[in-house]
Ligand binder design. Sequence first.
Ligand code: F6P
Length: 357
Amino acid sequence: MKKVGFLTSGGDCQSLNATMRATVKALCDTYKEIQIIGILDGYKGLIYGNYITMCEKDFEGILSLGGTILGTSRQPFKQIQRLEENGFDKIEAMVRTYNELALDCLIILGGNGSHKTANLLSTKGLNIITLPKTIDNDIWGTDVTFGFYSAVDVATYAIDCIHTTASSHSRVFVVEVMGHKVGWLTLHAGVAAGADAIIIPEIPYDIHKIADLIKRQKEAGKNYTILAVAEGAKSVEDSQLTKKEYKEKLKGLPYPSISYKIGEEIEALTGEEVRITIPGHMQRGGGPNAYDRILSSRMGSAAAAFVKEGMFGYMVGIRNHELVPVPLYEVAGKLKQVDPDSAFIKEIKDLGIVFGD
Ligand code: F6P
């Protein structure tokens, strides 16, 4: 008899359910008797002992269902480590819940922040296996995360739709794409949807270079311009500030997000009419695409194999199309960014797409 817990943590994404379904399918194929515990609402459920007993049937019919059937929450690593006012220790509480449930292992589907907590729990002796989820694709140790390519589809569709209206009105559009501190989603959607400029945090932009592009396009007879801008994009000047200085600066700005600042500056420099579009959480919503369903099926199968082999303290990663175990201590605390000097960026620059540098 095996007793396996599941927990989904951090911002949701497409394919969380598909990944749990695959893991459960493979586990049930291996073990005659298995008990499944669903920890509710991420680490919160582990801290406060909120869970449900589940069976294989609960994971049927959810391959194409977005979100997570377990619920999720954000529990920042810093806060998790801090004692509550009454002295309640959240880490101790998580270890206690795990032990009281007598789990053989806990499978955590999480992003960057969640991996820090997963690694910590692993160092406390819990048998942890993780699966890399996020639309941001910023988890170190894996070429791709599930959720990413589904979000690329949504962001691509959003930019696709903008082409016709931008062209009809001869406007400049800034489409703000999610991705937190990295530009993977903006880069991929921008290329897929034919954006004229792709502005990402890894390549600080000079607003004059973007304005020049707009003027050049107009002179060449193109009456509209589409800029795919990552929510974490930074100007050359801002990229020279410390993290703290930049945070302070942002607080003082009258814009809800960076796109509005870019939009206003472009209007001033070019005299063109600018509109801002933000697809926002739509990018995380809905069901997984075919690519993610396949990736989730493979990763879930690998996670079940890790359980069988007693390989704990690892994330299931994918490198060069092969599934690989990645030690949690290597993943925790790192960020996978777009390499500005990569062949990919060079190829896209060679198409004439402007990055603002
Ligand atoms: O990490 C996924 C993500 O969608 C980021 O791209 C975005 O910055 C953030 O989550 C939004 O978080 P929330 O759902 O808490 O608003």
